[in-house]
Design a protein around this ligand. Structure first.
Ligand SMILES: NC(=O)c1ccc[n+]([C@@H]2O[C@H](COP(=O)([O-])OP(=O)(O)OC[C@H]3O[C@@H](n4cnc5c(N)ncnc54)[C@H](OP(=O)(O)O)[C@@H]3O)[C@@H](O)[C@H]2O)c1
Length: 142
């Protein structure tokens, strides 16, 4: 399913005999998603991040850029690594074959706990880029 806040995520699982595999929602360094990530973990489900590169904004981020230079990687790779180290599934989009290869090449390095926290600290209240939520739903506060 997609764009379900915690309340409806729980309701949907209660209504289903089958385990819900994933909830595809906007998630990137500028959104916290703390509550929804905890809900997914509690339900034994997962989060799939749409706009995982914040629609390309991560390319100019100084903090992500500094971490990327330290690892000899790109800001896109650091961002995708940050997502998968949280067991989040990511679906980045690119029109460029070389970037598609770059975005898959994230398995041979890892971010430290401190680097993970530095990226989490970039979350901000106005970080949401798109709102595809059902009109009757309300997003979690953080
Ligand atoms: N379920 C939903 O409600 C929902 C809503 C929105 C989107 N989505 C899904 O999420 C997918 C991705 O979201 P999105 O396209 O909005 O955002 P995104 O994947 O975060 O960003 C795509 C942008 O980032 C650039 N990019 C790709 N790889 C890069 C890299 N390594 N470094 C720097 N820039 C890079 C791309 O440019 P280039 O093409 O020039 O590389 C493109 O402009 C979409 O394909 C869509 O299927 C789902």
């Amino acid at each position: 399913m997609s764009n379900y806040p915690s309340t409806q995520f729980r309701e949907a699982q209660s209504a289903s005999d089958a385990k819900l595999i994933t909830n595809q929602v906007e998630y990137h360094p500028y959104l916290s998603l703390k509550t929804l990530r905890a809900t997914a973990a509690e339900l034994g489900s997962s989060i799939t991040a749409w706009s995982p590169l914040a629609q390309g904004q991560i390319a100019d981020d100084p903090v992500i850029g500094e971490i990327a230079r330290a690892h000899g990687k790109t800001p896109g790779q650091v961002t995708l690594r940050w997502l998968i180290q949280q067991d989040v599934i990511a679906i980045p989009r690119t029109t460029k074959p070389q970037r598609a290869a770059e975005n898959f090449d994230i398995w041979e390095f890892s971010l430290s706990a401190e680097e993970m926290e530095r990226v989490h600290a970039l979350a901000r209240p106005d970080g949401r880029l798109g709102d595809w939520i059902d009109r009757d739903f309300v997003w979690d506060q953080d």
